[in-house]
Ligand binder design. Structure first.
Ligand code: SF4
Ligand code: SF4
Length: 62
């Protein structure tokens, strides 16, 4: 199972991660991205990690 975490202090609200997540579990919450869907649906594809310009997203597997 994968766990995606978004550091709100680093997020600049560009929306790249929410637009590119194939599992559609990331959403904008105001000007910050957040995990809004079922975290268990994360595919571990690392797309969000690679598109984020601020290195605000970390993905861990547990
Ligand atoms: S790793 Fe892939 S499936 Fe998981 S939140 Fe990021 S973009 Fe979505
Ligand atoms: S890609 Fe990074 S900076 Fe942009 S909304 Fe997502 S977490 Fe925030």
């Amino acid at each position: 199972m994968f766990m995606v975490q978004i550091d709100a202090d680093k997020c600049e609200g560009c929306g790249e991660c929410t637009a590119s997540c194939p599992a559609d579990i990331l959403e904008m919450d105001g000007d910050k991205a957040s995990v809004a869907g079922d975290p268990n649906d994360c595919l571990g594809c690392e797309t969000c990690v690679s598109v984020c310009p601020n290195e605000a997203i970390t993905l861990t597997e547990n």
